[in-house]
Write a protein that binds this ligand. Structure first.
Ligand code: NAD
Length: 444
């Protein structure tokens, strides 16, 4: 489904007319996106500026980014502004945020990025500083969002969080804004040379076997395509009713189609046999999900049970069933929702399951951590799919517009974030929730 306001805004004539009418309608900028595979020169054409010398610059250099030029007034032509705050120890140093971003914020255009890197800060002043930085990026995200730029915070434990920096600096993170991305676990040690660092981004999922549930359409389909694009063999799972869409997808991406209902009593055994035939499984994406919206007073028990069965119980049972074939260093990604964070009228059943998914990834992180497996949740905001097409028009418009980027996201935006979490470079992100919500005002 297309977004009428983004389309209107992209047309210079209608943009002019709307502006001259003075209507209080935000005209969201179309977001530049990168749909190509990760590659050694993925940041080619991106110009960056760091606030001060930082080891993180080498990562951007290795992937083709160039240093921005500085004008006399301190303005720059940077697409990516990075403030490495890991050395900040005094509250008074927060003024450096103002000195660096204030002259340059208005220069951030569509696709622009403001990125702050913080230490985890478990106590004392560093803890206060980290919280201060979260507030800063959330507000900056709202200020630059109408122009299609994003602002995010990376929290690391001192090991560089290079993977998170590359993802957020790239055009693959178009719909991720106002977020704190915790990448505080150990990352794989950085390749010694910049050439090796760049090569690590080429087909990073080659040789991996992935399972994606609910793959016939929407976010699941985009995820299956994206993981396959990065080299994974994808086992695409969806209901029997979707068999033909599932089979055409599997054949288009060189994957396998397994038509089953994730709630069926033998779903785990069938899927286990399918992955065992491929030699195991490295990535499990629990994406299949349904809604049965009604206020609690009007909700029938069937509507409650159906949502529990697909969105929660099936995730637990399939994970247990696949655990024997889940290889060391694997990845589990489960789809939560901002409704699971904020709650929503008419969605007590859905929000219960989507909040439970956050508990599931934290519990799974504890369960599998010793084997180098990570488990994370993605919480999409308003994404243009068949699920949201069913939402009444007024609520749909509110869902789209009440966000920093003032528009809905695309299934591919979520797929890129899921694929990022599956990369070796995201090994430091463990048991976390990444919102892909365009800076939605809901539940922030
Ligand atoms: P969608 O309705 O477009 O697709 C869901 C897919 O899951 C369908 O192909 C469907 O056939 C499959 N599915 C449903 N029940 C199944 C079952 N029992 N067994 C096997 N497959 C089953 O949904 P979407 O918008 O792509 O959402 C994907 C996930 O993202 C869901 O978990 C959803 O809750 C979550 N999410 C979506 C949004 C959004 O804005 N679209 C927002 C937040 C969270």
């Amino acid at each position: 489904m297309s977004d009428w306001l983004v389309e209107l805004g992209a047309n210079p004539t209608s943009r002019k007319v709307l502006k001259s009418l003075g209507l209080p309608i935000p005209l969201p900028a179309a977001l530049p996106r990168d749909r190509d595979a990760w590659r050694p020169a993925v940041l080619d054409g991106r110009r960056y500026l760091f606030e001060s010398q930082s080891a993180a610059q080498a990562t951007l250099d290795a992937l083709g980014a160039k240093r921005a030029t500085l004008g006399d007034s301190g303005k720059s032509d940077a697409d990516v502004l990075v403030f490495d705050a890991r050395e900040l120890t005094n509250i008074s140093d927060l003024a450096r945020l103002h000195s660096f971003f204030s002259p340059r914020a208005s220069g951030l255009k569509a696709g622009g990025r403001a990125i702050v890197i913080a230490r985890e800060g478990v106590s004392g002043t560093p803890l206060i500083v980290r919280h201060a930085l979260e507030g800063f990026v959330k507000s900056l995200a709202k200020e630059v969002g109408a122009k299609g730029a994003t602002a995010n915070l990376i929290v690391d434990s001192g090991e560089g969080a290079a993977g998170a920096l590359v993802f957020l600096a790239s055009l693959k993170s178009a719909f991720v804004t106002a977020q704190t991305l915790f990448a505080d676990g150990p990352e794989p040690s950085s390749p010694a040379s910049s050439a090796a660092l760049a090569t690590a981004w080429q087909l990073p999922l080659r040789g991996k076997i992935a399972v994606v549930t609910g793959a016939a359409r929407g976010i699941g389909e985009a995820t299956a395509r994206t993981l396959a694009r990065e080299g994974a063999l994808v086992v695409c799972v969806d209901r029997g009713a979707e068999k033909s869409a599932l089979e055409s997808l599997a054949s288009a991406i060189g994957g396998r189609a397994v038509a089953l209902d994730v709630t069926a009593f033998d779903a785990g055994a069938t899927l286990l046999a399918a992955v065992a035939a491929e030699g195991g499984v490295d990535i499990i994406v629990h994406n299949a999900g349904i809604t049965r919206d009604r206020t609690l007073a009007r909700m029938k028990r069937e509507g409650w049970d159906a949502v529990m069965a697909v969105n929660l119980e099936a995730i637990l049972r399939l994970t247990d069933a696949l655990a024997p074939e889940l290889r060391d260093g694997g990845r589990i990604v489960a789809l939560s929702s901002i409704a699971g964070i904020a709650g929503n009228i008419g969605q007590t059943n859905y929000s219960t399951t989507k909040a439970a998914v956050i508990g599931f990834v934290k519990a799974s992180q504890q369960r599998f951590q010793a084997r180098g497996i990570t488990a994370n949740a993605i919480a999409p905001g308003f994404i243009e799919t068949q699920m949201t097409a069913k939402v009444p028009v007024a609520i749909r418009e509110a869902g789209r517009r009440l966000s920093a980027l003032a528009q809905g996201g695309l299934p591919e935006d979520v797929a890129e974030a899921i694929a990022f979490l599956c990369l070796p470079q995201a090994a430091g992100v463990r048991g976390r929730v990444l919102r892909v919500c365009g800076g939605s005002l809901i539940g922030t």
